[in-house]
Design a protein around this ligand. Structure first.
Ligand code: ADP
Length: 482
């Protein structure tokens, strides 16, 4: 058994903006189930405290003249111990974890996450008399990147693992920020935190962690290529031997059509007809024409370039001629929000767009849709295609990152050998997207084949069990390496 300090800037159900929230809310639970002694460390944002019933103050510290305390609580419906880094000046405000209500990054993000990291380091070194010294510190994304860097300077330290959930977000700040944060001078070097004269939080994780992972095997290979590396291919190649990909799992307690409390009618592989009830209910609720036979296409996503909204928008003029209904749930870049809402207003009988972050609706769309559209330009793992597979909603995806690792194209050969569970675009273009959607629609018209695709999709094992075991093996390797 290892003691694992799992550090994340978001965790479901406390707070979530994307896949990291899902993972941090489920992997630590899976590790706990596999007998690891895990603590989850999370900032005490307003929303987190709002969602927390009981907390106990267990430590205090001061960083940059700010008083910071640790509040202990549990993840709802779980025995997982959560330590909240409580610093009201930094974390109690209206808005998201990284951005204000207008979508602008918080001006003091460097300070906010530096404080978070300092607290993590002090816990890791048992400086706060918590009587708990981790063997491994598992950091996630740039917000935690200073932890491996600062720990690397200590002789007696736990092993460190750093997971990249999305290399596009690096935590870059100017040189003055490095000076203001009083970070050790030795860290300011090309093989350190410096990135073209800027301070890079993510390099702290990539350069200094004992082991580096990404959230799918394919993405671990892709980020060694300039096309996917956002300038970090060279740095990552140097860590090649310590870099690996472990596929994300899904939280079967939350994402299971057989037990999902958010949906009208639960179902499984053997009661797929019940899926239609969910379709009709959603059509009714969203004021779409009620028709159980018309194919419903779903999208749940951040509305950003990464998720392929350029080609999705280009495809809309053709899509509305195909006798389908398209439901989009998302928030993100304003121009995508506006353009999609315009289409929804002009063609309300074909396209419904909901600009919101809505967990319940996300579940209902997964259960109600026939096809899920996810033409990402890159995708570190992707969770929505996994949820779609689980819900018998056939994903249409680009062959990148975790999408390529989890979706098998409905080619004749793959259908014949029962491995097909989705439709894969040949390239990232509007034409290829339309070809793929038309291919999915023609399969939808063949009920027997469609049912087979659904059965294969739903029987895939994307639970955390296997992946959590892989992390445990990796923790051992990190401990041995250190
Ligand atoms: P990313 O982390 O890049 O956003 P993922 O597919 O890994 O993409 O994970 C996205 C997670 O966020 C999924 O759980 C998805 O259901 C959820 N999500 C994204 N947008 C919304 C939204 N508007 N409402 C509810 N859930 C959303």
């Amino acid at each position: 058994m290892s003691k694992v300090l799992y550090i994340s800037s978001e965790a479901c159900p406390f707070i979530k903006t994307g896949g990291l929230g899902d993972v941090a809310g489920s992997l630590p639970k899976a590790l706990l189930e596999q007998a690891q002694d895990v603590r989850l460390l999370l900032p005490a944002y307003s929303e987190v405290l709002k969602n927390t019933q009981k907390t106990k103050k267990i430590a205090v510290a001061t960083y940059y003249n700010l008083s910071v305390q640790i509040l202990e609580t549990c993840l709802p419906d779980s025995k997982l111990v959560v330590w909240l880094v409580d610093c009201p000046a930094l974390f109690i405000r209206s808005g998201g974890p990284y951005m204000d209500d207008n979508g602008h990054e918080w001006h003091d993000n460097a300070l906010r996450f530096a404080v978070f990291c300092h607290m993590a380091v002090d816990i890791a070194l048992n400086n706060l008399q918590l009587n708990w010294r981790p063997d491994v510190v598992h950091c996630n994304d740039w917000q935690t990147g200073l932890v491996p860097a600062l720990l690397s300077m200590k002789r007696e330290r736990p092993a460190t693992v750093f997971t990249i959930h999305n290399l596009a977000y690096q935590g870059l700040f100017d040189r003055q920020t490095f000076i203001d944060l009083q970070l050790p001078n030795e860290l300011w070097q090309m093989d350190g935190l410096e990135f073209y004269d800027q301070l890079s939080f993510i390099k702290g994780g990539i350069v200094y962690a004992d082991k580096v992972t990404t959230v799918s095997p394919n993405y671990a290979d892709e980020i060694l290529l300039p096309k996917y590396s956002y300038g970090l291919a060279g740095v990552l190649k140097k860590r090649h031997k310590d870099l690996s990909g472990i596929l994300n799992g899904i939280d079967e307690m939350l994402w299971n059509p057989n037990t999902d409390n958010y949906i009208k009618k639960t179902y499984n592989q053997h009661s797929l007809n019940n899926k239609r009830t969910n379709k009709i209910k959603l059509q009714k609720e969203l004021s779409l024409p009620i028709d159980r036979t018309i194919p419903v296409l779903g999208i749940i996503s951040r509305l950003v370039d990464q998720k392929g909204f350029d080609i999705i928008l280009q495809s809309l003029p053709s899509l509305i001629t195909l006798q389908v209904q398209l439901i989009v749930l998302g928030t993100g870049d304003k121009h995508y929000e506006i353009k999609l809402a315009e289409w929804s207003q002009v063609y309300p009988e074909y396209i419904k767009v909901i600009i919101d972050f809505n967990e319940a609706l996300a579940h209902q769309i997964e259960a109600a849709s026939d096809i899920f559209i996810m033409p990402s330009t890159f995708e570190p793992c992707g969770l929505n295609q996994l949820y779609s597979l689980r819900y018998g909603t056939i994903p249409v995806v680009t062959p990148v990152g975790g999408l390529a690792d989890t979706v098998t194209d409905a080619s004749k050969e793959n259908i014949a050998n029962n491995t097909a569970n989705g439709v894969v675009l040949t390239e990232h273009t509007c034409t290829a997207l339309l070809v793929a959607i038309k291919r999915a629609l023609s399969l939808y018209k063949k009920p027997k084949t469609w049912r087979q695709l659904q059965m294969t999709a739903m029987s895939g094992d994307f639970s955390w069990q296997t992946s959590a075991a892989r992390y445990i093996t990796l923790y051992q390797q990190a401990i041995e390496k250190r």
